[in-house]
Design a protein around this ligand. Structure first.
Ligand code: IVH
Length: 685
């Protein structure tokens, strides 16, 4: 049967016709936009149609129907949700947590046994789906119109959250075509990760509490008594099953076919839903989706296998509250609870202090985690993590584990607020946090053994000096035993000193010495990068080497000269200049050279010799012989920058005839003004 016309009772005037037309248009475009992610009309056009409908409904309240697109928003805040008894109970599902193949194999073996299938019988066909990490919802459609949306509750009785679910653009308010008079669609309401991040950002901006994860945020939105607030949380929906359905209208024989029908009716069905035959294909599916997990735009916590044929589902039936025909096969949890045993502060190569929570070991995201970063002072304060606290730890993919939140109700009385130390925990030097920076830094430089260790490892790494065999353990010993105090000490190591270190056989000592010897022959970019100047990565080191050709030119360059290097901005230029302004850093370079570290020096590139390097010019008016572009090219070839407006940073203004406000500005600021001849004189100098 088809959807009956809800306007049967209304007089069919021109307005009624237009309202019907607008319903059709708005339903169509909402589906394109929310479900298919492929809008056909601009947002503004949609808004215009929407407002037209709102206006017509305001003029004719009798034309407002429950499936009207205007009914997605609005509705009054509730005192509480009404209870709803589910026509068909919402069951839970048995879970296999085994990360190995056996999860799928056990299930398939059980199904085959219960169906009395023998070795010779063909493999059972399954539907395989992601297990979405949101909350289950039952959508009830009567004659194609959404009349009720309810949470799972205890499986028998849930809550009527229709107002809030209506606000979800992906949930059809009305479905067309051969629809059973009663159709209950079940699925998961969830929040995409990007929507979750954006929501939390907004919460933070408003000074309101943030959500721990997308699932909590989604659950909070669905159970929000004020639908206006729910409407601001951008929820999404995936259909994955059915509740009550009037029999005999449509006759699909498999779960997968049903999902295709739901899709055709406009419900979002996940693109990763598929069919699989036998245990081996389920295992492959589990692995494939597991590999995709971190790149999906939403959280999943496993996959679900369902016997595909509906007659077989019926034969298998239920045990207590779980169907025998379905199982959830989980992935290792990405969030777990554990306790904070200590908060330590680690010192990085550039002196950055990072608070790290030392945790009671916990298996999360597939590995045992004992450390989780607290990032910096502000983050630590925002999360208010204290020693002894029970915390949620998250590890997703290769991302370093982090503390998501504290469970305040589990806090021990007297737990002390964590504060960042104002001295370096390793060397005792002052630690300072510069204005506008998030991090505290140890001011000890290479006096700080933690920084020295990191500096040595940085210097020795493959992409820098490539000293094979100089790893963590050896560096720890060299620094702790004060064998290496400054970088050049590396090249002063002798066999006896090395071989006397713990767990260092003569053979490996020889290898290290050989690697050190080999590393002396290097290139300027590698050497520069290896020095560990803040903000100078491999790419910048290459740019510097290309531009200046020689180390001495770099060491002596002014900030302005450094700014001439492509891709070097003020922060980087300042950092390089400051580094080489320190006598002890120049000393390190000299000693390394004296130890035999060398590289082919290029000729300083013409750019570095340019007479006007670092100078900023502004051109105004018409010059007697040179066109503006010519003048600009000449200046730039000499290393100058040509800017469009005059400021205190302008070195010269070149003015011709009919010079305008730029000339006035130059006079006002006392910037020297040149004519063309004076400019040429500078170029020739
Ligand atoms: S089917 C009788 N399919 O997992 C089978 N459930 O206990 C009923 N879930 O909270 C569930 N993704 O909300 C099914 N593709 C999926 C699912 C899924 C997530 C949730 C569901 C429920 C729990 C099952």
């Amino acid at each position: 049967m088809t959807t009956p016309d809800l306007f049967d009772a209304a007089p069919a005037g021109p307005d009624t016709k237009r309202v019907q037309e607008l319903h059709r248009l708005l339903h169509h475009h909402a589906h394109r936009y929310y479900v298919l992610d492929a809008p056909e009309i601009p947002d503004a056009e949609y808004d215009r149609l929407f407002r037209e409908l709102q206006a017509l409904e305001a003029a004719h309240p009798e034309l407002v129907t429950p499936d009207s697109p205007t009914q997605r928003v609005g509705g009054r805040p509730l005192e509480q949700f009404a209870s709803v008894r589910h026509a068909v109970p919402m069951l839970s599902i048995r879970t296999e947590t085994d990360t190995e193949a056996s999860g799928a194999e056990n299930f398939d073996a059980r199904v085959r046994r219960e169906l009395a299938l023998g070795e010779g019988d063909p493999p059972v066909e399954y539907a395989a789906e992601p297990k979405f990490d949101g909350l289950a919802i039952n959508l009830r459609y009567e004659h194609g119109v959404l009349v009720l949306a309810a949470t799972r509750g205890d499986g028998e009785v849930g809550e009527d959250v229709t107002q809030n679910i209506r606000t979800i653009g992906q949930v059809p308010l009305r479905i067309e075509g051969q629809v059973p008079p009663v159709l209950e669609v079940r699925g998961e309401v969830y929040l995409r990760r990007d929507d979750f991040e954006a929501l939390n950002e907004k919460q933070r901006a408003k000074g309101e509490k943030t959500f721990v994860n997308p699932r909590n945020a989604a659950a909070g939105a669905v159970r929000q008594l004020d639908p206006a607030i729910a409407a601001q949380r951008p929820l999404s929906f995936f259909a994955y099953g059915l509740g009550e359905v009037t029999p005999g209208i449509v006759r699909y024989t498999s779960h997968f076919e049903w999902l295709q029908a739901l899709k055709a009716w406009g419900f979002p069905v996940c693109e990763h839903v598929t069919t699989a035959r036998g245990a081996a294909e389920l295992v492959a599916y589990h692995r494939r989706i597991g590999a995709l997990r971190d790149s999906l735009p939403y959280d999943i916590d496993g996959v679900v296998y369902k016997v595909n044929r509906l007659d077989l589902q019926e034969r298998l039936g239920f045990v207590t509250r779980e169907p025998r025909w379905a199982v959830a096969h989980k992935y290792p949890a990405q969030e777990m609870l554990t306790t904070v045993q200590a908060i330590e502060v680690q010192v990085g190569r550039t002196g950055k202090l990072t608070p790290v929570a030392k945790l009671a070991p916990v298996f999360v995201g597939g590995v045992t985690v004992t450390n989780a970063t607290l990032h910096n002072e502000d983050e630590a304060r925002r999360k208010d993590v204290r020693v002894g606290d029970t915390v949620i730890v998250r590890r997703a993919g290769d991302v370093i584990p982090e503390v998501v939140a504290v469970l305040p109700e589990k806090r021990q009385p007297g737990a002390e607020v964590f504060t960042m130390p104002h001295t370096c925990p390793v060397c005792g030097s002052a630690a300072v946090r510069e204005e506008g920076e998030a991090d505290y830094r140890c001011t000890g430089g290479l006096f700080c053994s933690a920084q020295r260790k990191q500096a040595l490892l940085h210097f020795a790494q493959r992409r820098a000096m490539d000293i094979e065999g100089l790893g963590d353990k050896l560096v720890d010993q060299l620094v702790d035993n004060e064998v290496v105090k400054v970088l050049p000490d590396l090249y002063r190591l002798g066999l006896t000193a090395l071989a006397s270190l713990e767990r260092m056989a003569e053979k490996s000592a020889m290898n290290v010495l050989e690697a050190l010897e080999k590393s002396k022959r290097t290139t300027l970019p590698r050497f520069l990068f290896g020095l560990g100047i803040r903000h100078v990565g491999e790419a910048t080191a290459k740019d510097l080497a290309r531009h200046f050709g020689q180390l001495d030119a770099i060491m002596d360059a002014s900030v302005d000269t450094l700014l001439q290097v492509p891709d070097v901005g003020p922060v980087v230029a300042e950092s390089i200049h400051t580094f080489f302004a320190q006598p002890h850093n120049r000393e390190v370079v000299e000693q390394l050279r004296a130890c035999g570290v060398h590289w082919p020096e290029g000729a300083p590139s013409p750019a570095a010799q340019q007479p006007l390097a670092g100078k900023t010019f502004v051109l105004t008016g018409t010059l007697p012989t040179l066109g503006r572009d010519e003048a600009k090219a000449l200046l730039e070839a000499a290393g100058a920058k040509v800017a469009g407006s005059v400021s205190k940073k302008t070195d010269y203004v070149v003015a011709g005839e009919e010079a305008g406000s730029k000339l006035d500005k130059a006079r006002e600021l006392g910037v020297p003004v040149l004519d063309e001849a004076a400019m040429r004189a500078l170029l020739d100098a």
